[in-house]
Design a binder for this molecule. Structure first.
Ligand code: GAP
Length: 515
């Protein structure tokens, strides 16, 4: 059986081969951690965005959308704290001249100790078979206890150094653990320095008159600075939300795992403004609803888990991540944060504008508190593709790769195929295409054998293949072949719209969220 790493490599290759994701500027050998979405990728991505947007805007009368600019007044980022504190701790190896995130080097080292412990446990489980008491083994085995002690000590020092922003402490851990550069194999490290993740550029034409501006590292600030505009013009009453989908940019140092960590990516964020004191009730509400949103896609309930933050940012009073089981482990896809009144208060302070809400029920003004839900489109895309990818051995020695995408998100909903390229079948197939294309993204394929055409559609996740044969001209029926179980049904052409709609209509998935 292929390892998860091999499977992931295959998924990345599949994304390129079938027009989902290409490296950016591919003909120039790409640009690190920047990717382009191809003809199928863009459809899948747009469907994900629509699913999120509709779940916010259609299902909640009190949530409205905006589309703020990527460039914002530079003071925005002073107020938000990004200029001073949006940093990664970096360390260079003098021999290889390679740069690393100090925290990632240490976390990887800790992960290796965890692996050693798991190996000991697995070995023992094999040895003892059915009688194996794992808890007892972990609590008493000398080697496991030794590894665990080492792990806990490093982890404690690491957490403290990160909390205290102690860069010398981080370097000392790297030296004490004997961590070497994976390229040069040496411990010839520089000091650890803070590196700001925001990209900057100049706005304005002359050197003197130009202003340093940032490419936004999150979309959320576009919402905060528009709070007053939207509240007033939309006559919004608390509690209410503002949603936005847009690009964000971060100069990630360790960019890895394909589109998991990118330098240019897309976020879907919603800020929900509430009465102070009610924020934890709303935090619980959004935690529950966002998980339902994920689960309604049917990728498998066991693939999600919450990771509640023990260490909270100074402005937050609750935070959790929704993690998804990727081929490289459970990873954060979405964050839900209770951010108190930090953002609005800071913008009030830095802009000199009064940013408050007059609550007619309480007959008083206050700065609203905020619950934020923040999900990366690209990470969502990756989680969907990874969990949908299947290599299947079929009867008769044949095999296929199928993307079992949720039909509602599939880039192409149906492929219409004439059995042969003659006898009026292409014309009939085109007629069906023309009937369906107003409701669904369809493709037409008449090249190669039917079997090969099915495989092509399986590989991009098309839920329905519709074959027009000679009988179709007489009986007004076609063969519908279903992607997942490959079963075939003879159906009336007039029923096609209803059959496809039942499976791909977003309303059906949206209803599940609110059940
Ligand atoms: N406004 C809050 C915020 O930006 P975050 O945890 O930094 O919070 C939210 O980011 C989400 O954005 C993450 O859960 C992830 O899905 C996505 N994201 C963050 N950095 C990313 C990157 N470099 N590449 C792809 N997605 C990223």
């Amino acid at each position: 059986m292929a390892s998860q790493e091999e499977v992931f490599k295959k998924i990345v290759a599949h994304c390129k081969e079938y027009g989902f994701v290409f490296p950016s500027s591919d003909i120039y050998d790409g640009l690190s951690a920047v990717y382009d979405y191809g003809q199928n990728g863009v459809e899948l991505k747009n469907n994900i965005k629509k699913y999120w947007w509709d779940s916010m805007i259609l299902l909640h009368e009190n949530i409205v959308g905006i589309d703020a600019a990527i460039f914002m007044h530079p003071t925005t980022w002073k107020a938000s704290g990004h200029v001073d504190a949006f940093n990664d701790p970096l360390i260079d190896n003098r021999d290889s001249k390679k740069r690393y995130r100090a925290d990632v080097l240490i976390e990887d080292f800790i992960a290796k100790i965890d692996e050693k412990i798991e190996k000991e446990v697995q070995k023992a489980a094999k040895r003892f078979g059915g009688n194996f008491d794992e808890a007892m083994f972990r609590a008493t085995n000398e080697r496991v206890l030794q590894h665990q002690k080492e792990r806990d000590e490093i982890h404690e020092r690491y957490s403290k150094a990160m909390n205290d922003n102690d860069l010398a402490g981080l370097k000392q851990i790297i030296l004490d653990c004997g961590i070497v550069c994976p390229i040069s194999g040496t411990k010839n490290w520089t000091d650890v320095r803070q590196f700001n993740l925001m990209f900057t550029t100049e706005m304005g034409s002359t050197a003197d008159g130009s202003m340093k501006v940032y490419l936004r590292p999150e979309t959320a600030q576009g919402i905060f600075v528009n709070y007053l505009n939207v509240q007033k013009t939309g006559r919004m009453k608390i509690p209410f939300g503002i949603a936005q989908i847009g690009k964000a940019f971060r100069n990630e140092i360790v960019a890895r795992q394909f589109i998991f960590r990118m330098r240019e990516f897309e976020q879907m964020e919603m800020q929900f403004f509430v009465r102070p004191g009610e924020e934890l009730k709303w935090f619980a509400y959004w935690k529950d609803l966002r998980l339902k949103w994920h689960k309604a896609l049917g990728l498998g309930d066991g693939k999600y888990r919450f990771h509640d933050h023990e260490k909270l940012a100074h402005y937050a009073n609750a935070a959790t991540d929704i993690e998804f089981e990727m081929p490289f482990g459970f990873k954060e896809v979405e964050g839900i944060h209770s951010r108190t009144d930090f953002d609005l208060s800071r913008h009030a302070q830095f802009s000199g504008k009064k940013i408050e809400y007059f609550d007619p029920e309480l007959n008083k003004s206050y700065t609203p508190y905020v619950i934020e839900t923040s999900i990366g489109v690209d990470r969502m895309f990756l989680s969907i593709v990874c969990s949908s990818y299947e290599e299947q051995q079929l009867e008769g020695g044949d095999s296929r790769v199928v993307l079992k995408l949720p039909p509602v998100l599939a880039p192409v909903k149906a492929c219409v195929m004439p059995l042969v390229k003659k006898d009026g079948l292409p014309e009939k197939a085109r007629e069906i295409m023309n009937m369906l294309k107003f409701d669904f993204k369809c493709t037409y394929d008449e090249k190669d054998s039917i079997g090969k055409r099915y495989r092509r559609q399986d590989a991009v996740g098309t839920p329905f293949c519709i074959t027009v044969d000679h009988d179709s001209l007489q009986d007004g029926c076609v063969t519908v072949r279903y992607r997942d179980d490959m079963k075939q049904d003879r159906v009336k052409i007039d029923d096609l719209r209803g059959i496809i709609s039942q499976a791909v209509d977003m309303k059906n998935v949206l209803r599940k969220i609110m059940d």
